[in-house]
Design a protein around this ligand. Structure first.
Ligand code: SLL
Length: 264
């Protein structure tokens, strides 16, 4: 790790959305034939990945990712170096589910230590009912276990802060004629630059930003639309709980009255 360069930017948190997870598909003569050389007992092909939301580049903050797979898999510790605009990913075949260790290595300018995530490889959809199982399947039959996450950089070093806030760019855009600034921060500085940023195209996100898409698209389930649905579900659940506690409180009151009557 490079020695810390410059000072930390006090009172600032910069966050970046990203997605990690696994996608698995059962072998099938027609839709997913088993490639030659794959052992007989292997039932699925699968991938594990770390990538930007809406497939935007994240290699300006994430340099490499180490995936630690099950020991039964040959060469089970694998380091993947970032390639601009591409996901960090590994594809494998196998028969069983297990916990994958995902270690994130940040760009040297960040002077941040690596951080570890754990993710369960899902080969089989599960749930209490068909609807829950179906939620784990994409239209084509892939079994997905995907997680939306936000990487928070707390008080980043100045050179890294400059890198983080050097967007936001339209997808595939260049740095040359963009205004400086535009990094989105949780509190602290950075809010006013947002107004200088180009409008998001077709509800998608800008490169080097903390945006999430406005609406869902096939294979892109994390969006403001999903967030709004989650918030609605949570509000409904809160209302239901409030209703249940009001009913219980009334019942308790009634029973207390009865008790007082009996004691009188
Ligand atoms: C299970 N505890 O019993 C887990 C172990 C191991 C998965 C899962 C073999 C791959 C290979 C494979 O799929 N291992 O032989 O290349 O379900």
């Amino acid at each position: 790790m490079a020695p810390p360069a410059g000072k930390r930017v006090k009172g600032v948190q910069v966050f970046r959305p990203f997605i990690y997870g696994t996608t698995a598909r059962p072998f099938d003569e027609k839709t997913n034939p088993k490639p030659p050389g794959v052992p007989d007992d292997h039932t699925h092909s699968w991938t594990v990945f770390v990538k930007g939301i809406d497939d935007v580049d994240i290699t300006y903050w994430l340099r490499r990712v180490q995936f630690k797979l099950h020991e039964s898999i040959p060469n089970h510790v694998r380091m993947i170096d970032g390639e601009k605009g591409k996901p960090f990913t590994i594809s494998e075949t196998g028969w069983g589910e297990f916990e994958i260790t995902i270690k994130l290595y940040y760009v040297p300018e960040s002077s941040e230590k690596p951080q570890t995530l754990y993710h369960h490889l899902r080969l089989h959809p599960y749930g209490r009912n068909e609807e829950e199982k179906e939620a784990m399947r994409l239209a084509g039959g892939d079994v997905i276990s995907w997680v939306y996450e936000e990487q928070v950089f707390n008080e980043p070093y100045e050179p890294f802060y400059d890198i983080l806030t050097s967007g936001a760019l339209p997808p595939g855009g260049s740095l040359s004629n963009r205004p400086k600034g535009g990094g989105k921060t949780k509190g602290g500085k950075g809010g006013k630059e947002q107004s200088e940023v180009a409008a998001r195209s077709e509800g998608g996100v800008l490169e080097r930003s903390a945006m999430i898409p406005m609406a869902n698209r096939p294979s892109h389930p994390f969006s403001r639309e999903t967030e709004a649905l989650e918030i609605k579900k949570l509000k409904e659940a809160v209302a239901k709980v409030n209703d249940m506690s009001a009913k219980l409180a009334a019942e308790l009151e009634r029973k207390n009255q009865k008790l007082a009557e009996l004691k009188a």
